[in-house]
Every structure is written in structure tokens, then in C-alpha cells.
Design a protein around this ligand. Structure first.
Ligand SMILES: [Cu+2]
Length: 346
């Protein structure tokens, strides 16, 4: 609401300035002043200069005002590279912004129309062409090269020792499955999903028997983690802003992202002087009415703490009592077959 009011006020001020300049022109016309056109030009030129100065002040103010809303400090190895790229790109952008905007408005003021002024005309300047082509080209090549080097580092194959975790998006939560002791996720299928088997796991696959689920995304400090991402319904996006991780969760198309957390939750809390702070997992794809609800807490622990936490987790297989259920089903099946046999025997 305040923003809207502010915009209205700015629009009104612009309208008033426009009306004033028009009134000024009419008055000059009525008076029959010869230099009516000149005074109008002078007024517009001054307005351009005022716009430049006020605009630059507004720009400087907004940088400092919105700085606290920038992304939080990175807590992953590649996050630091991304931040560095952002900072490196910002330098030429700000320089070009200043040069072009100052020239745009200063030239409008400095070279305003006057009857006595004579324009200089030149058709071509090879030197100028070379300068304004070469500088942006060199800057672009440097920026693209830095980007490519980082891109290949970030999207390189995950290290073999990576902890394998699966994140499945569903309206409106993330299912997190850990690969257990063998570090291999068991196979699963959407066709097997039921109230008895929420992950749709294939119980014949031995690799899945030690898989466990977690409501919190737990990670170990300095240990690479490979997140296998998928979705059960619509597009979601696996987003860890503090770790600079963002990858779409697309139904039917598995995606993945690996990274190395470099800051424990405790370190991040001490850094912020806030003992309640937690890293977060969010969904960055507007996926429906309760999209906001897809928040999960993320924790980064020291090696021993992480191992202790992992040791306490109960595999889904045990937790759901699958062994018992399978035995019961087998027993029922056998009894059924026996009964059929007896019936046929009669
Ligand atoms: Cu979502």
C-alpha cells in the first residue's frame, strides 16, 4: 500500500512538472516572447540534469537500503564461487551504468538546442568503433570464461564418496530419503505407492532395505552430498538459498545436484548471533495454493554428530514393518493355495 502511494506521488509530481512547463510555454507565447522556444529547451535540459542527479542519489540509496535483502552469505564450496562471479560481474555493470546514464542526461543538458549552436558532423571514426567494440568484447570474454570454468566445476560428476539423498517434491511437502549404510538408494516406482508404501519402494531390491527417511535435511560438514531430485505431481524446485543450490523437480525427469556444505548450523548461528537460526529448504516453483508450506529445516553437523544421527535412524523397511507384512501376505497366500488344493482334491 505504501509502495502504491509512493508511486502515485511520483506520478503526480511528474504531471505537475509537465503542466508547469506547458504553462510556461503558453505564457511566453501570449507575451509574444521571441525566445519562447529557448526557454522551453532550457527548462527541459535542466529537468534532464535534475533527473540525473536525483536518479543517481536514488540509485545509491537503493543499493544500501536493499543490501540486507541480498542472498545470505554462502555456506557451500560452490556458493563462494557464485558469489564471486556475481561480484565480478557487478563491477563492469556499475561502471557502464554510470558512464551511459551520465552521458545520456548530461549530453541532453549540455547540447540543448540553441539557435547559435552548430552541430559537428562526422560520418565515421574507426578508432571509436574499435574502442567501443573491443572493450565490451574483452569484458564479455572474461566474464563468460569465468562462468564456464565455474559451470564445469559445479556440474562435474559427483565425487564417489558423496552422500546420496533423494528429494521428492509433492504438493505440498518434500519427501527426503537417505541411502543408508550402503550409500545406494533402493529402486522405487510410482506404481507401487500406497498407504503401506509411501515411497513406492521395491522391497525385492536389497539396496533399499537400509534406506531411511527424514523430515529435516541433514548434512555433514565438508562431505559432498548428491541430491537426486524428482517430483510426484507438478513442477517443484529444490532450493537451498544458503548453499546456492537450485534445481527443478520435474515429474518423470530425474534431476540432481551435488555440493559441499562448508558451514555448520552452529557456525551460521554464531555468525548471525541468533541461536534459533536454521538453514532452509524451500520450493522455488509456484506449485499451488500451499506452495509456501514446502519449507524444510536443513542442518549441517560435524562428522561425529552426523554419524551419531545417522546411526539412530530406523530404515523405512523396519519402520513400516514390511518384513512382518510380507510374511503375513506369504502365509495367507500359502493357506489360500492349500485351500485351493484341497478343494481340487475333493
Ligand atoms: Cu513446490
Amino acid at each position: 500500500m505504501t509502495g502504491l502511494l509512493g508511486l502515485l506521488i511520483v506520478a503526480l509530481i511528474i504531471w505537475i512538472i509537465f503542466l508547469l512547463s506547458k504553462a510556461n510555454e503558453f505564457v511566453s507565447d501570449i507575451k509574444g516572447e521571441e525566445n519562447a522556444e529557448d526557454s522551453s529547451n532550457r527548462f527541459n535540459a535542466l529537468m534532464c540534469l535534475a533527473f540525473l542527479i536525483l536518479g543517481m542519489i536514488g540509485f545509491a540509496w537503493s543499493v544500501f537500503h536493499y543490501a540486507p535483502m541480498f542472498l545470505p552469505p554462502p555456506a557451500s564450496e560452490h556458493g563462494a564461487w557464485i558469489r564471486q562471479m556475481f561480484q565480478v560481474s557487478t563491477v563492469p555493470i556499475v561502471i557502464v551504468f554510470f558512464i551511459t546514464h551520465v552521458m545520456l542526461f548530461w549530453f541532453a543538458y549540455r547540447y540543448q538546442y540553441k539557435k547559435t549552436n552548430r552541430a559537428v558532423h562526422f560520418a565515421h571514426s574507426t578508432k571509436l568503433e574499435i574502442i567501443w567494440t573491443a572493450i565490451p568484447a574483452v569484458v564479455m570474454v572474461i566474464l563468460v570464461a569465468i562462468g564456464l570454468v565455474n559451470w564445469f566445476k559445479i556440474f562435474d560428476d559427483p565425487p564417489a564418496e558423496s552422500l546420496v539423498v533423494e528429494a521428492t517434491g509433492q504438493q505440498f511437502l518434500w519427501h527426503l530419503r537417505y541411502s543408508g549404510e550402503d550409500n545406494v538408494l533402493g529402486s522405487k516406482s510410482v506404481y507401487d505407492i500406497s498407504s503401506d508404501n509411501p515411497f513406492g519402494m521395491d522391497w525385492e531390491d536389497q539396496a533399499g532395505l537400509d534406506d531411511f527417511k527424514s523430515d529435516t535435511l541433514m548434512m555433514q560438514l565438508n562431505q559432498p552430498i548428491l541430491v537426486k531430485i524428482n517430483s510426484l505431481d507438478v513442477l517443484h524446485s529444490f532450493y537451498l538459498p544458503h548453499f546456492r543450490v537450485k534445481m527443478d523437480a520435474v515429474p518423470g525427469i530425474p534431476t540432481q545436484f551435488w555440493f559441499i556444505p562448508t558451514k555448520t548450523t552452529q557456525e551460521a548461528r554464531d555468525e548471525r548471533d541468533d541461536q534459533k537460526f536454521n538453514f532452509e529448504l524451500a520450493c522455488a516453483e509456484l506449485c499451488g495454493a500451499s506452495h509456501f508450506n514446502m519449507r524444510r529445516v536443513v542442518k549441517v553437523l560435524e562428522e561425529e554428530d552426523f554419524k551419531a544421527w545417522k546411526a539412530r535412524q530406523v530404515p523405512i523397511y523396519t519402520d513400516l514393518g514390511i518384513e512382518k507384512k510380507l510374511k503375513e501376505a506369504e502365509k495367507a497366500n500359502n493357506e489360500n493355495n492349500q485351500l485351493k488344493g484341497e478343494t481340487v482334491g475333493i
